[in-house]
Structures are given as C-alpha cells and as structure tokens.
Design a protein around this ligand. Structure first.
Ligand SMILES: *Cc1c(COP(=O)(O)O)cnc(C)c1O
Length: 377
C-alpha cells in the first residue's frame, strides 16, 4: 500500500528565515558553562557580566561608554529622554523602519517628522533631513536599515552645523562600519538591540546605548534603575530597564564571533547576487562608503506576493520588512506626514530572503531557483 499521507504532508521548511542553532551549536559548552556560573553565583541583576559586557562592547565599538538595557526599544527611548527630548520637540527620522523607531520618539512626547528615503540604500540622507529642519527640530534619528549604514559623515556634519543632536538606531547594524568607524559612534548615542534574530542576538531581549559622553552614560544608568545612582536615593523618575546577567553572559561569548558572522552574511549576499543576477529584481545596492552587514537581504520585486507564495509552497521562508511605512501606520496617522513616494514604493515591493550566518550555497540556490521559476514564467 502506498503511504498516501506522504503526498499530502506539508513540505519541510527547507530554508528557514533565520537559524540560530548554527550559531549556538559550536558554542554549546561555553554557553552552558557561562549560564551555570551565573546561576550558581546568585547574582542576576547588574552584576559582573553586565559590567564586563559593557566594557567589551564599548571597546569593540570604539566608544568610551556602553550602557546595557532591557531592549533596543528602551535604548532608543532612554537615549531620547537622557538627551532631554520631550513635548514640543521634533525628531527627524525615517518612515521605513520598525515601529519601535517612531514609538520611542512618541513615548517622550516629541513628534516624529518623517523624510523620504534614498531609493538606492533605503536610508534617509542629509539633503532630505536638511529640508525638514524647523525651529522645533531637536534631533535626527537615522536607522541603518537592513545592516547598511546611512550616510553618517554627511548627516553628522549637518547636525553639527545646525546644532541638532544625533541619535542612531543601530538595531540592525551591530558591527557595520562607515569610513572605518562603527555605526552608533557618529553622534551622541548609538542604540542597539540584541533581539535574538539581530546580528548580535541574545537568548531573549536586550539592548545597549553606546556613547562617548560620561555624563550621558551616567544619566542612562540612572534611568535604567528607577532614577537611582546611590542605593535608596531616587533623583528622577526612571524605569526598570536592565539587561540581566544571563543575557550578558551569552552576549559576551557571541560578541567575540560577531565579525565572523557578519562576514558570513556578506558572503551569503554575494552568493545571492550571483544567483539572482539578470532577473527583473532590484538587488541590494552597497554604498561603497560603508560596509553592509546584511541583517536582511532584501530585494524589490514587482511580483512580490506571487514570489512570496511560491517560496512558501516550496518550504522556503521569506518576510516583508516593512509592508506599511511608518507614516501610513494607523497609530501614526495623527503625525501629519506628507506622502513619501519612495518609502511607499519600496514597502510595496520589498521582500527579505532567508539570511543568516551558515546558510549554504545549496539553500541559496533553492531560493534562487524558485524565484527564477516565478519570474521567467
Ligand atoms: C529590532 C528593532 C528595534 C527594537 O529593538 P527591540 O530590542 O526589539 O526592542 C528598533 N529599531 C529597529 C530598526 C529594529 O530593527
């Protein structure tokens, strides 16, 4: 009797969107030992691993200080608060990002002002930012989308010239450089996320602010700990936003591999580029002034939803980041944003393909073969 169930069973997910086990497996013993050491120590909050991780992350990034927090969203929110941004202020940012970028601005009472993105890099640039400056503008908050740094020398020069604070959303760009300098080190603050799928990912939530201002770092350390620097004394209304020792212990181990993992992502991107060449797709364009570390490998495709369906049928994961730009989100409808034609067009056509360190050439070929099949039929 033929096994009829075999015909109707769903195809296995041959290519996942992200595969963290490839990162974790070779580090299994090291991670297990570090986690047990924390558990045995009984010190779970603001202990030696957080202090060491902050020191190691600051050294890696090339800044004076790093303050570890509970999430990337908190990193943005607390950095804006510590920069004294609040009601009546405007913060210029991108409409093409995760909702957390805009939410962090709104938590402070300030208004996000969106400017359209560059069609090649999907990041905001200095000219668009300059055109949106008003007397209420206090800060600029660029995002290094998909792991490609925005034009930071130009943006930093504009901010210096116009007296604006510069706070970077580096949630997707840990280890990406521009002009030899790390993303997150061009202004007052660089805000990072260690959400598990990010380039440096924990085994839970986590975040960090990089800065070279000792006073700003001290303020962030108060804000993450209920406004308290000295035990029992609360100087201001703060939050509970601490990275915990278990996460810090894992992140310390992973930090030592992040350059190799980013290099593996770049190499996977080159493989995609070779296998998707010549198709009616826009492949990612690398700005030669920076290093794209491919948090996502994103193509633009006129037939996006047909490709997405074919990939799913073939057991291949893919994602759309982001289907709706921020200025079109219902929650932000009151922000009074103008039309952003580039962001709207990119949102309508973008498709993020499976990307993680360790994805094989055979898996990339599977993805490419399905896309070729759709686009040449
Ligand atoms: C992931 C992400 C965040 C938020 O980070 P969390 O750690 O999930 O809070 C903010 N901005 C961007 C661009 C992100 O990709």
């Amino acid at each position: 009797m033929p096994d009829r169930r075999a015909d109707s069973a769903p195809a296995p997910m041959a290519v996942p969107m992200v595969d963290v086990s490839l990162q974790n497996d070779p580090l299994r013993q090291e991670i297990a030992a570090a986690l047990m050491a924390v558990i045995d120590s009984g010190q779970y909050i603001l202990g030696p691993n957080v202090t060491a991780f902050e020191r190691e992350a600051a050294a890696y990034l090339g800044v004076e200080e790093a303050v570890a927090l509970a999430s990337g969203t908190d990193a943005l929110h607390l950095a804006l608060l510590a920069a004294d941004i609040g009601p009546g202020d405007e913060v210029i940012t991108t409409p093409f990002s995760f909702i957390a970028t805009a939410n962090a601005i709104r938590y402070t009472g300030a208004r996000p002002v969106f400017v359209d993105i560059d069609p090649a890099t999907y990041n905001i640039g200095a000219d668009a930012i300059a055109a949106a400056i008003t007397p209420a503008t206090r800060a600029v908050l660029p995002v290094h989308l998909y792991g490609q740094p925005a034009a930071m020398q130009e943006i930093a020069a504009l901010c210096a010239h116009r007296g604006l604070l510069l706070i970077e959303d580096c949630a997707q760009s840990f280890g990406a450089r521009r002009g030899g300098r790390m993303s997150g080190t061009f202004g007052l603050a660089g805000c990072f996320s260690f959400y598990p799928s990010k380039n440096l990912g924990g085994v839970g939530d986590g975040g960090l602010v990089a800065t070279s201002s000792a006073a700003f770092a001290a303020h962030l350390r108060r804000l993450r700990n209920h406004g308290s620097e000295r035990p029992g004394i609360h100087e201001e209304t703060g939050f509970n936003s601490r990275l915990d020792e278990l996460q810090a212990a894992v992140l310390r181990i992973k930090l030592r591999r992040v350059d190799a993992w980013n290099e593996a992502r770049r190499s996977a991107a080159r493989e995609y580029g070779r296998r998707l060449a010549g198709l009616p797709l826009s492949l990612p364009q690398e700005d030669p002034a920076g290093t794209h570390i491919y948090h996502q490998y994103t193509v633009l495709c006129a037939d996006r939803d047909r490709v997405l369906a074919a990939l799913a049928e073939n057991g291949i994961a893919a994602a759309v980041h982001y289907r709706l730009p921020l200025h079109c989100q219902p929650v932000l409808a009151g922000c009074g944003a103008a039309a952003m034609p580039v962001a709207e067009r990119v949102a309508a056509h973008c498709l993020c393909l499976p990307m993680y360190p360790g994805i094989t050439a055979a898996q990339i070929e599977r993805v490419a073969a399905v896309i070729r099949g759709v686009l040449s039929s």
